[in-house]
Write a protein that binds this ligand. Structure first.
Ligand SMILES: Nc1ncnc2c1ncn2[C@@H]1O[C@H](COP(=O)(O)OP(=O)(O)O)[C@@H](O)[C@H]1O
Ligand SMILES: [Mg+2]
Length: 139
């Protein structure tokens, strides 16, 4: 399913709709370049799970942030992780736990993303528009 978001708020809303469909154990793999809207989408997903959007931040030093909403929510951001370091993170503890895991820059951990993950590819359409391709779940 391909959706067009015309604003930051539109992407949060798509994230919120996706978040409402998630259940414990789900993995959402987010793909797309810097500024594509991955973190913005995670804010919407978090909001649907009862977590404040303000608690969702871009990776500065935190690679794995754990939040406690209805179910454990793991926000993983590989932006600052070199591909060779990914195996050392122990991602399997989070991907395939009873919680919900979302992972930004999933392309950097492709071998560790479970086959049944929900895959979201975000790309620039225009300055404030993004194409959002969601595979593995219907909204
Ligand atoms: N339609 C849109 N969807 C998401 N972000 C948008 C959109 N239009 C403009 N933006 C801006 O693009 C940036 C996206 O940043 P962010 O979500 O942190 O991206 P990423 O995590 O993919 O690097 C924000 O500054 C946001 O305000
Ligand atoms: Mg980000």
């Amino acid at each position: 399913m391909v959706l067009l978001s015309k604003s930051d708020a539109g992407t949060r809303e798509i994230g919120r709709r996706l978040g409402e469909k998630l259940k414990g154990g789900d993995v959402v793999a987010l793909y797309g370049e810097l500024g594509a809207g991955k973190t913005t989408m995670v804010k919407g997903i978090a909001a649907a799970l009862g977590i404040s959007e303000r608690d969702i931040t871009s990776a500065s030093f935190t690679i794995i942030a754990e939040h406690h909403g209805a179910v454990p929510f793991y926000h993983i951001d590989l932006y600052r992780v070199a591909p060779g370091e990914v195996p050392d993170l122990g991602l399997d503890e989070y991907l395939g736990s009873r919680g919900i895991a979302v992972i930004e820059w999933a392309e950097r951990a492709e071998g560790e993303i479970p086959d049944n993950s929900i895959r979201v590819r975000l790309s620039y359409a225009e300055e404030n528009a993004r194409e959002i391709d969601i595979q593995g779940i219907a909204l």
